[in-house]
Design a protein around this ligand. Structure first.
Ligand code: KG4
Ligand code: ZN
Length: 362
């Protein structure tokens, strides 16, 4: 098998993205182009992502973004071996825009379509920037997701734990909003927390005593939001932000430690590798705590550059290329799916989300 050059398309939330990734004979990916148009400014006045606005904005620029990615990669449609598009989970209007675009290109050029699970894209994203062999343990922490996955290979992710209510990024955003910060609140909250006293306000510790690797952020979110509303001085606000950030980072590290113990038991004798991905991986305190946890448990630590942590199409192109190399492709009738657990077997056995429940970006 020679090189594989794949166009990736991502439209599941508020980023319109297209990328070209080439994997060589050695399986190593090269990102030839990765273009991302953020709609954050369009949603900011509403304090969250508005699905209708997102879908319309995707439709308006997706063609241009695809052409820009090809131009930056210095190739034409004729050089593509396949097109990969996010088929879910995500905001359905947006997913349909990207998937239809992918189908149209596949049909017009006579190349395979690969319908990619957005979560698989995130799961593989650390491989874009460094030589991270399978298997590895991954913490995916974004605005819509919070899960621990054993990533054995493409199409082979096992979920070890997941949030039973909000995603960590959602908690950052809601607490940020209560502190009067602009959406998305995570980065602004991190800046506000600088120099704050994380110990001044005790935060609830969720799921204490539970032996699994699940997360819960709703109690913490409510407690922090209440403190935020009662904060009077700049120092109060700084201390609330520091306490909330510390509690979120602490919980992420604690559940990751449990997952590391489980993972080490089932991967005895193999090198133990840990990676973190998703927008919340940008947070310095979160990174620091996870790095420390990895060190304590004998795991290596990898965190992709921020451009590959947050939503992007390079991770979708990579998942598509690896799927194609493994012999998978999809029909032009592939469905856009608002919900699509990465590990369908584990999710069906242990549903943590009641059907129909949605987070801000779920
Ligand atoms: O991966 P992402 O761009 O989008 C989703 O797929 O959800 O993640 C966005 C989330 C937002 O909730 C944002 O507040 C959070 O990541 N985030 C942060 C930081 N940067 C982004 N949270 C805490 N600290 C940060 N520095
Ligand atoms: Zn995402």
């Amino acid at each position: 098998m020679g090189d594989l050059t794949v166009l990736g398309i991502e439209t599941s939330c508020d980023e319109t993205a297209a990328a070209v990734v080439r994997i060589g004979e050695d399986g190593r990916p090269v990102v030839l182009a990765s273009v991302i148009a953020s709609q954050a400014a369009a949603h900011a006045p509403y304090g969250g992502v508005v699905p209708e606005i997102a879908a319309r904005a995707h439709v308006e620029i997706i063609d241009e973004i695809v052409l820009q990615a090809l131009a930056e990669a210095g190739i034409g449609f004729a050089e593509l071996d396949a097109v990969a598009a996010t088929a879910g989970p995500g905001l359905i209007g947006g997913v349909m825009v990207g998937l239809s675009t992918g189908k149209a290109i596949a049909l017009a050029r006579g190349i395979p379509l690969i319908a990619v699970n957005h979560l698989e894209g995130h799961a593989l994203s650390p491989r874009l920037a460094e030589d991270l062999p399978y298997p590895y343990l991954l913490l995916l922490v974004s605005g819509g997701h919070c899960q621990l996955l054993a990533v054995e290979g493409v199409g082979a992710c096992e979920r070890l734990g997941s949030t039973i209510d909000d995603a960590a990024g959602e908690a950052f955003d809601k607490i940020g909003k209560a502190l009067g910060l602009d959406y998305p609140g995570g980065p602004a909250l991190e800046r506000l927390a600088e120099g704050g006293d994380a110990a001044r306000f005790p935060m609830p510790r969720a799921l204490l005593g539970r032996k699994d690797c699940d997360f819960s952020f709703s109690g913490l979110k409510t407690a922090a939001a209440r403190l935020a509303e009662a904060a009077e001085t700049p120092a109060d606000r700084r201390d609330v932000a520091a306490a909330a950030q510390g509690a979120i980072a602490g919980q992420l590290a604690e559940r990751t430690a449990r997952a590391m113990a489980l993972y080490a038991r089932s991967h005895g004798g193999e090198p133990l590798r840990f990676a973190v991905a998703g927008g919340v991986a940008a947070n310095g305190e979160v990174r620091r705590r996870l790095q420390q946890t990895a060190h304590q448990h004998g795991f290596s630590f990898a965190a992709p550059p921020l451009a590959y942590c947050t939503d992007n199409a390079a991770m979708i192109a990579l998942a598509g290329a690896e799927r194609l190399a493994a012999g998978f492709s999809d029909g032009l009738d592939a469905a856009a799916r608002p919900r699509w657990p990465l590990d369908e077997a584990a999710a069906a056995a242990r549903p943590t989300h009641a059907p129909g429940r949605k987070g801000a970006k779920a």
